[in-house]
Ligand binder design. Sequence first.
Ligand SMILES: Nc1ncnc2c1ncn2[C@@H]1O[C@H](COP(=O)(O)OP(=O)(O)O)[C@@H](O)[C@H]1O
Ligand SMILES: [Mg+2]
Length: 349
Amino acid sequence: MQEDRKQQSIGQSRYYLDALDQASRLATLDRPVLILGERGSGKELMAHRTHFLSPRWEEPFIKVNCAALSETLVESTLFGHEAGSFTGAIRSQPGYFERVGEGTLFLDEIATLSLRIQEKLLRVLEYGEFERLGGQKTLVTRGRIIGATHGNLHSMAEKGEFRNDLLDRIAFDVIHTPPLRVREDDILLLAEHFAVSFVRQLDWDFFPGFSEVVQQQLLQYSWPGNIRELKNVVERSLFRCKNPEEPISEINLDPFQSPWKNTKINAANDVDLVKRKIQESEKSQKIIQETIPEKISEESLRDFKGRRENWEKQQILAAMELAQHHQGRAASILGLSYDQFRVLWRRFN
Ligand SMILES: Nc1ncnc2c1ncn2[C@@H]1O[C@H](COP(=O)(O)OP(=O)(O)O)[C@@H](O)[C@H]1O
Ligand SMILES: [Mg+2]
């Protein structure tokens, strides 16, 4: 827990500051909170923050990953059990709702709770009441609940997989942790933060920075795994770096990519080959048909601008496909600067 207290929340982009602000305001209010966001977008850190800014900050912060436990284990972990209530329950044990005291219980991956446990949780949220597994005595908890999930609770509720009444009760207010791709101002800030921390572990004298190309790559990538993915990418690139004196000039966004796959990508940089590939593709056949009229007449040449735009759009899409949606690579396939490419990409996208 000490470790967690020290963990810094980095970020200055508008969406992130809005979410932080909301967490700070909710912290002081004694209500349950729901945190929604993509994986790796900082839900757990946001829950910590909400706890440490609340009047409960000196009380325990307990995290339960509901997805990692079987139904019985979640149940006994949360509510506790009496001896003999299930096979292996030799001694009676208090659950987290008792042990948390007046602290915060963070239920991560709350969408994975079974309907039966959701019902018990609803009772805790409404009346603070529960019983240990196999127990008769009704106990009362004073802990605060913060739930989090990357799932879509609304659509789960529509399908009957998540209780509507629980959703209403736990979502007194919802904090949305923004995905990293909309936090453009924060990408390099976070990358540098993770790099500096990792440099200490590697025992380097200093962090030499990222090269311009790497910075562009970091900014262009869409980060489906968000901050967790960024941290891994940065640490991996430092770990693999052979010359710690020079700015980091290589990053590997996909460690699963086969080293031999690169040969194909390099070959794809050969402009002639790429042109041939584009022409071979079905898409190009269509473009040619659409952009070069069969019979040239005044009528067929009239919408020059429209046809040119259509052609450009198709070329850009084809290049993006070849570049596996990497904008920098697509730009170089087309022989455009990154900025020129971005202008066209924004126009057509
Ligand atoms: N604002 C931030 N500043 C620094 N590190 C962060 C920030 N948000 C998240 N992290 C780090 O990113 C990783 C993923 O965050 P986490 O809270 O576990 O995400 P989630 O619970 O949404 O999957 C963790 O290592 C966490 O410490
Ligand atoms: Mg998490």
